[in-house]
Ligand binder design. Structure first.
Ligand SMILES: *Cc1c(COP(=O)(O)O)cnc(C)c1O
Length: 365
């Protein structure tokens, strides 16, 4: 029955899947977000009816009326997580239950209906199972899963839509950094902020990304890889990158990361890093840290390492920061020891080569 916590997925296998030899060729060098599997999940929602028509079907364009609400008022949210081949020959996901919970927090902020967590988790399992042959086998490869939801109701007017479409697509991805991990250079934007108090900074919505593109373009212009956003009120404290959270490693081994005050996306990698760092005996403090403190700390050596983290790139060392009137390096511009050790621990748990003591791994098969 619709509206319940569980739905039966109707499986409609793709009648024209990519030929095995072509798939193998695509998987040899998948890049990131460029190729997609044979199937997708779709589930519909209508007010008064709840969630219905859960399907696994051939991945295909979705017909859309030009008056679909999302095209005008941007009610859209998404998630991102990965499925992997593990050391024991199985397939697993990393903390999908955390993504399910966050999806509903995002939905709530954007006045969209909650999706039962069981439906979210089942949708991922169904897609991974039918497209299992698309999971890259190399040690850096994974299947990136992209669940999203948007307002599909056909109407113009400013109110929450009454109809939604939930979709999951999957993209085989290789190493995020080809040629190994290199510290990135970040641009501290003087012109743009990402999220204001009371805004949508803690929701994973497409709109936040649309608003970050101008800052990212400014970063590229300045020869940087990524942008670091400062808080919108004082333009003084560090919030996060366009799509990654940030950590600072002090000379006494303490890690500092900005607190979740509503303007920062609550990253699942961020939370996992906090847990692993504490397990390893580090003190981790969630507190505001200003750009001036970062700069002075990097220059004096009090701050030894800085890194960014998120699902796509896991953990990325930050070697240099640039801003309109200057630049400074962190830890001599090299990848830090604590950074790389945390990265390895996280990857080992994800790949099943280190014990999963926190119950983070969800086995598919
Ligand atoms: C998704 C995202 C992150 C990272 O979250 P993870 O759950 O670790 O992947 C960080 N910042 C923003 C703005 C994001 O959208």
């Amino acid at each position: 029955m619709s509206g319940g916590d569980k739905l039966d997925f109707e499986i409609r296998p793709n009648a024209n899947p990519v030929a095995a030899a072509d798939r193998t060729a695509l998987l040899a060098n998948p890049g990131f977000g460029r190729i997609f599997t044979d199937h997708m999940v779709t589930v519909r929602y209508a007010e008064g009816k709840g969630w219905y028509d859960a399907r696994v079907e051939a991945r295909a364009p979705i017909p859309m009326d030009p008056a679909s609400a999302v095209l005008h008022y941007a009610q859209e949210i998404f998630e991102g997580l990965k499925a992997y081949h593990t050391a024991d020959g199985g397939v697993s996901m990393f903390r999908p239950d955390a993504n399910a919970r966050r999806f509903n927090l995002s939905a709530d902020r954007m006045s969209m209906p909650a999706l039962p967590e069981a439906v979210f988790l089942d949708s991922l399992r169904e897609l991974i199972t039918i497209d299992r042959d698309w999971i890259p086998t190399g040690e850096d490869g994974s299947l990136y899963l992209r669940p999203f939801m948007y307002a599909s109701e056909v109407f113009l007017g400013v109110r929450p839509a009454r109809e939604y479409l939930y979709v999951v697509i999957a993209s085989p991805v290789g190493a995020y950094f080809s040629g190994g991990i290199k510290p990135v250079t970040v641009w501290v934007s003087p012109d743009y902020t990402r999220a204001a108090p009371g805004g949508t900074g803690a929701a994973k919505c497409g709109g936040n990304y649309a608003a970050s593109l101008a800052a990212q373009a400014e970063a590229i212009e300045a020869g940087c890889d990524q942008v670091v956003f400062l808080d919108a009120v004082e333009q003084k404290y560090i919030d996060e990158l366009g799509g990654m959270n940030i950590f600072f490693v002090f000379d006494d081994g303490t890690l500092v990361t900005p607190p979740l005050t509503g303007t920062i996306l609550p990253g699942i990698t961020r939370e996992s890093v906090i847990t692993l760092a504490r397990d390893a005996g580090h003190e981790v403090v969630e507190r505001p840290i200003s750009f001036d403190e970062w700069r002075a700390g990097a220059e004096s050596g009090r701050i030894r390492e800085t890194f960014a983290c998120g699902t796509a790139a896991v953990i990325t060392p930050i070697g240099e920061a640039r801003f309109p009137s200057g630049a400074f390096t962190v830890g001599g511009g090299a990848s830090g020891e604590v950074t790389m050790s945390l990265r390895q621990q996280l990857v080992d748990i994800q790949r099943g080569s280190a014990p999963d003591t926190h119950g983070w791994i969800h086995k598919i098969a």
